[in-house]
Write a protein that binds this ligand. Structure first.
Ligand code: ZN
Length: 312
């Protein structure tokens, strides 16, 4: 496998990350990012499932995966073997479930280890640019930009050369799906250049400071660059929306109200401001045709919003 073949194998279509109906299964990208982080930190090729992979991957799935009743970190650990991206010594001796995934108890009890296959490990250790390009590619295709820095931090990858990295490795095809450059302007205009939640509108010499055009259904999940999939949000509310700390509900003629996750904690004024906004109507756009589309709001609620909405 060459570096370019490795990068192509990471594409979301090849990893089958997005399921029908836009359901998220970010297990494989998160395990691959964790393994790339081990390379960046010069840790040994093989990692113990029970000590080094399971607790970290669980944590990543809790924070960056969709809300599900069970997390299954053993799932990508076994399935990446079939993608030729992973090696588990003597994998053929391990029992599997009827669904074909590895049984979790033997993984823990037998001290099973896994990692990149030796040839891939050598390739990656000798090529920091390939590691960075692979990490950027996984992040861009599977997570909103506002989460990239914290995921990097969590898996032990150094701060990035950011999106420019993707044109490094001589790859022309690794750029994220092209964004409509006009999306930001149209969304900010629709919401009168203020945060739809808190009215934040601070300017420096007429330049907006920290006001974003947020996607409700993530760009990485195929959410379109249309105003009904957008909200003008300050940086804090944008990040809170992308991480599922807040969400929307409603959608009748009365518009949408703000949901705040019951998993949010804090004691500062900022925390109380976030929580006190629960149940409040979002400021509507100037034109009703620009109101959020209920389908995108439903996707966000199902795939991104964390925990349950606070009632009080
Ligand atoms: Zn705001």
């Amino acid at each position: 496998m060459t570096g370019h073949e490795f990068l192509r194998a990471l594409d979301k279509d090849n990893l089958k990350v997005w399921k029908r109906g836009g359901r998220r299964a970010p297990h494989k990208p998160l395990l691959l990012l964790l393994a790339l982080g081990r390379i960046a930190q010069r840790k040994p090729r093989l990692a113990s499932y029970s000590d080094e992979i399971e607790p970290k991957l669980k944590d990543l799935l809790v924070h960056y995966g969709p809300r599900r009743s069970s997390l299954h970190p053993e799932d990508p650990f076994g399935r990446l073997v079939g993608d030729d991206l992973w090696e588990i010594p003597r994998v053929e001796t391990l029992p599997t479930t009827s669904a074909g995934t590895l049984r979790v108890t033997p993984l823990r009890q037998r001290g099973v280890r896994g990692g990149f296959p030796p040839y891939l490990d050598r390739l990656l250790r000798g090529d920091a640019e390939l590691v960075e390009t692979a990490a950027a590619r996984l992040l861009v295709q599977n997570f909103p930009e506002s989460s990239h820095a914290s995921i990097r931090d969590a898996v032990g990858l150094p701060e990035s050369m950011a999106l420019e990295a993707m044109t490094l490795y001589g790859e022309k095809t690794v750029k994220p799906r092209r964004r409509d450059p006009d999306f930001r302007r149209r969304v900010l205009t629709a919401y009168e250049r203020r945060c739809a939640i808190c009215d934040f509108d601070v300017r420096l010499n007429d330049d907006l400071l920290g006001l974003d055009a947020a996607h409700i259904k993530w760009h990485a999940a195929g959410g379109p660059d249309r105003v009904p999939n957008g909200l003008a949000l300050c940086t804090l509310h944008h990040r809170a929306l992308d991480r599922g700390a807040i969400g929307l509900e409603g959608g009748s003629s009365a518009g949408f109200v703000l949901l705040v996750s019951n998993e949010l904690t804090g004691v500062s004024d900022a925390y109380h401001q976030l929580v006190d906004a629960r149940g409040r109507p979002l400021r509507a756009p100037q034109e009703s045709a620009h109101l959020p589309d209920a389908a995108f709001v439903a996707w966000h609620r199902r795939e991104v919003f964390r925990g349950e909405p606070r009632s009080r």
